[in-house]
Design a binder for this molecule. Structure first.
Ligand SMILES: Nc1ncnc2c1ncn2[C@@H]1O[C@H](COP(=O)(O)OP(=O)(O)OP(=O)(O)O)[C@@H](O)[C@H]1O
Ligand SMILES: [Mg+2]
Length: 331
């Protein structure tokens, strides 16, 4: 795929939290691309910066968090726009319209005191010049499209009147009402039971085909990633350590952390044949990142005198990108 296919390009993104006790480098030099229409899965242990990275894209990081540097470029039909440093007017235009986000817990993003319908109507009317009646019709159509029964009635329901699965569907309806070119889904199915989870994933896949949007799917579930992702990025301590097609990364990971992560996570259909192994050592505390490669204290392939001093960068390895000095030695 050529550069023309790139929808979102993140370069050296750094988002830090400036706390009294020190600086938490939640996102610490992320490089990533999302191509038009693809599903990119982001995986990594808890606390590695997946959510902060996602929120940084929409500039939803609240103080004491702030973007310290890097670029986030969105390639729109009208030309590229830079999101780091963008003003509120541009951001309002981009949220929902170009990039929408769904979270793990829909109650966190749906208002409790407004009906589902009025929230979708408001989102649509904020971005498009349509009348109330047309926006309400769009809301009903979207609720129907995401599989909510009796959408003409449900449109006037409050979020608490819906089940967890239905709320997540309503959230997706709201996110897609303005036809974004990118949907960021942060653990969208984690709070749901397995059957509902499968239904929501199926729904996202159908909608993606119909709407032609790209999806950035944050998940800790490799089974989910294997099911839906075209590409995959593995994050460790605020950085991407391996990035390639989902097939490449899942079947033959190259970065020692990606290899260890895959061995430590259950996967659909493999649970019985495989013994899961925990990754050696602990995630270092956020204030005390090791020098050199962040993973070196836990790495089985550590090279003394190199990995603890030289910070690796993402380089092409076997048709993907890997940040590990093991591969730089080959160059
Ligand atoms: N508001 C905040 N204030 C201070 N530190 C924060 C804040 N939000 C996140 N962090 C820190 O930033 C780091 C990354 O957090 P983030 O929520 O992005 O992780 P994650 O990869 O999404 O984890 P999970 O899989 O558990 O959702 C963590 O060390 C976290 O403690
Ligand atoms: Mg998270």
């Amino acid at each position: 795929m050529g550069a023309d296919d790139v929808l979102l390009e993140i370069e050296d993104l750094r988002t830090h939290f400036l706390l009294d006790d020190g600086v938490v480098c939640a996102v610490d030099g992320v490089d990533l691309r999302v191509r038009k229409g693809e599903t990119l899965a982001i995986v990594g242990e808890s606390g590695c910066g997946k959510s902060v990275m996602a929120r940084s894209i929409l500039r939803l990081v609240d103080p004491p968090g702030q973007i310290e540097g890097g670029t986030i470029t969105l390639h729109r039909d009208g030309g590229p726009v830079e999101l780091v440093g963008a003003g509120q007017k541009l951001l309002r235009e981009i949220r929902w319209n170009d990039i929408a986000m769904v979270f793990q817990e829909p109650m966190a993003s749906l208002s409790l005191v407004h009906t589902i319908g009025s929230q979708i109507v408001e989102a649509v009317r904020l971005h498009e010049n349509v009348g109330k009646a047309a926006a309400r019709k769009r809301a009903i159509d979207m609720l129907d499209r995401v599989g909510i029964p009796m959408p003409q009635r449900r449109v006037d329901s409050y979020p608490f009147e819906l089940s967890g699965g239905m709320r997540q569907r309503a959230m997706i309806a709201m996110a897609l009402a303005c036809r974004p070119s990118l949907l960021i889904a942060d653990e969208p199915t984690t709070a749901l039971d397995v059957t509902t989870q499968a239904q929501i994933l199926e729904l996202l896949r159908d909608l993606q085909d119909d709407f032609g949007m790209a999806i950035m799917l944050i998940t800790h579930d490799l089974g989910v990633a294997a099911q839906v992702a075209d590409s995959m990025a593995v994050m460790y301590l605020g950085r991407v350590v391996e990035y390639g097609t989902a097939e490449q990364v899942l079947s033959a990971p190259r970065h020692p952390y990606a290899q260890a992560l895959l061995r430590s996570m259950p996967r659909l259909g493999q649970a019985r044949q495989r013994r899961l192994t925990a990754i050696r050592g602990m995630v270092p505390p956020p204030y005390a990142r090791p020098g050199g490669c962040f993973f070196h204290p836990r790495c089985d392939h550590v090279m003394a005198g190199r990995c603890d001093t030289v910070a690796p960068s993402l380089i092409p390895v076997d048709d993907r990108e890997v940040s590990c000095l093991l591969y730089e030695e080959d160059k």
